[in-house]
Every structure is written in C-alpha cells, then in structure tokens.
Ligand binder design. Sequence first.
Ligand code: FAD
Length: 408
Amino acid sequence: MTASRAVIVGAGLGGVQTAHWLRAGGYDGEIVLIGDEPDLPYHRPPLSKHAHEPDEPLDVLRSEAYYRDHAIDLRRGVTVESLDVGRRSVTLAGGEAIGWDYLVLATGAAPRRLAAVPSELDGVHVLRTAGDARALWARPLAGASIAVVGAGFVGLEFAAAATVAGARVTVVELADRVLARVVSPTTSESVDRFHRQLGVDVRLSEQVVGIDESAGAVTAVTLGSGARIGVDGVLVAVGAVPRVDLAVAAGLAIDDGIAVDSRLRASAPGVYAIGDCASWRDEHGVRRRLESIQNAGDQAAHVAATILGADRPFSTTPWFWSDQGGLRLQIAGVPAPGDAVVQVGESTTTELTVLHHDHGRLTCVETLGRPGDHLAGRRLVGKHVDVGAVAGGRATLRELAKSAQAAA
Ligand code: FAD
C-alpha cells in the first residue's frame, strides 16, 4: 500500500479500535486519532456501575505507550470543527487542517437533555464522559436524595450504585415499565422488583414537569402527578442522540445517525462511520444503529478491514450487558415487534431467561444472572430452535447450542 493517511474523528472505543485494527492489519500509512476529551481514551461502562472515589483512575483502553509504539498520532482534547469531503481534509479548533485519504467518523452520541430540567443548574447531571462521572460521583451520596430521570440502562445502573452508596434514589420514568424500549415486559418486571427490593423508589408513568432551585442549585423536582420530591441532585438519563453535526455540515447523508452502507461507507468517497454515531444497512436492508461496546468494537474491526481492501458486508450478532447492583442483565440479538416471547423454566428476581422468536427462529435472548444461557443465545440467535422443548424444560439452550455447533 502506498503511503497514505487515515484520520479518525473520535477517540472512544470505536476510534481507538479502528486505529488498532488498521495497524494490526498491516496499514503502514499515518494514523491520526483525534478526540475532544482530555483523558487517555477509556472504557465508558464502569462510569455508571459503581460509586467512584474522587481520584479513581479511569479504566483506560490502551496505555499511552501503545499509541507511541504503534505510531498512532493521538490528539487528545482536540475538537474537529469541520470536514471538507471534497478536499479530503478536516479542520481542528485553532485552524489546523489535516488532509486524509481515509476518514473514519466515530463521534459517538451525546446525552439527550430535558427542557424541564435546566442543565446549567448546580446539581443537575448527565453521564457520558469521564468529566461527567467525576462531577456526578463527587456529590456526597450517603443520606442524599437523588432523582434519576429515565429508567434506561445508565439511569438504573447509577440508581443501584448510588443506593448501595447510601443515597435515597427516586427513579422517574415516563413509560409504564423500566427498560421499556429494550426488553420484554417479563424482564422489566424482574428488574423493577430488584430495584424496589434494593430500596430504589421507582415511579412509573411519571415525568418531571418542574424544578425548584435556590441560589442556582436544584432543590426539588415536581412530577406530573403533582408529587414534589426534595432533592440534592438530579441525573438526567433519557438516552443519547448520535453526534452528527460535523457530518450534517459536510453534507453527508443522515438517517438516524450518519447513514452508511453495508460496508460502513458514508455517502462521500473515502468516508466511513462506525459505532454509536452511525446507522448501517443490515443484510435484510434494514437500517440499524446500536449503542453498545460490541457494536463499536466489531464495526471498528470491519471498517479497518474494508480500508485494507476487504469487500464484505458488515454482519453481527449484537450483544449487550448491564450491571445494576448485584443484577447482571445480558441480551443477545435484537427482537422485532411481532416476535413471540416465552420464558424458559423457573425465574427468581435475579435469574431469568426469556426468548424472542419468529416462528421458531430465535431473534433475541434476554437473561438475568444466567451467563451460560446468554453465551448459548449468542450462538443460537438467527437459527431455528425447538422453542417448545426449551420452554418445557426438555432441552436447555446450552444443549441446543452444542448440537448446532456440532452440526455446523
Ligand atoms: P464514544 O465512546 O461516545 O466515543 C466518541 C468520542 O468522539 C467521544 O470521546 C467524543 O467526545 C468524541 N467526539 C465527538 N465529536 C468530536 C469532534 N468533533 N472532535 C473530536 N472528538 C469528537 N455499552 C455496553 O455494551 N455495555 C455497557 O455496560 C455500557 N455501559 C455504558 C455506560 C455509560 C455511562 C455510557 C455513557 C455508555 C455505556 N455503554 C455501554 C455504551 C458504550 O459505551 C458506547 O456504545 C460506546 O462507547 C460507543 O463507542 P463509540 O466509539 O461509538 O462512541
């Protein structure tokens, strides 16, 4: 390959792994990896899963030496302000322009804000970056009253960790169940029960309609039902929106994220997008955007291979995990709206297996505290299985996964 330059915008998991896989695959051009966060790139999942000490070190993705040893020019705390896809260059804050032969956009997602909860008030938080986590976890929790708006993964993980750390936590969720957008009602019910048993005050079909403040700090939230809860802090955890501003300004196609094709190519030559910021067309022509470590990591490997000359569509079995206090939720696959849903065997608050299937073709396996079923689920998603036998206890998912492997 002739000397060339790959510029990667965003130094989260997707960006860092793209650089890694380019080098691992033999790319011998320049790699410039640009991220606007000041910290050495780090794993985001731990930020919400346990209470952090004030000077707790980040769980970094790679050591500083790694970037040096692999000739990856990591620019931290540097914002890319614009892209010119015609001239093939990016412009950094400060005015420096960098040309590229390959441009990978891995700009991630930003927390959604709520008009009813002004983010400039002291005590109002979001949780996406290490900076957000430092501000949030610096707040004294023992005996404090904290409202969490949104019963999604990040909200519930924080709610459990803050409760364990001694806070009185109220979760306010607009839907009539927790994790409503991502798991079955059966799993929602177990997760809800777990949190209530832990001591979390879960308010469903509710929303924050007003805030009280004193001297610029939040002091209470008022809910749609009229209830007023005195608070020391509020975490707004109502999902994330893909960061597409650069792509929009550059005229790239957008469709729930930066629109890429099955090879993860954006709508201009030499431009690719991966991870939370990108939506790709899957093998059935359906546009998908996933916010997960697995997806960002797999797409990073794929885009690096594409740049290095491979020509195959991106295809993946999505999987995800969420640790909420002592509860481990794992999901393999993505359910479709019309799928049938069955529970497998007995369940407790912390142990559950739920299958989604389309006439026997497994589309998704949700588990609580059953890592074996999760791993078997990852191997079986997309395959036809005897759902009746598993649901009736005549076969286990692990047995079916073993026979599927033997038959392959
Ligand atoms: P990101 O990790 O968001 O990285 C994008 C980077 O690009 C950011 O650093 C951003 O600041 C930077 N950037 C954006 N625009 C510019 C610009 N113009 N110039 C320079 N830099 C820019 N997933 C799981 O699978 N399991 C979990 O348990 C889990 N827990 C999570 C907990 C928390 C608190 C959060 C926030 C996320 C969690 N996730 C989890 C989701 C997972 O972290 C994301 O899916 C993953 O980080 C996506 O990687 P990415 O590289 O696409 O984006």
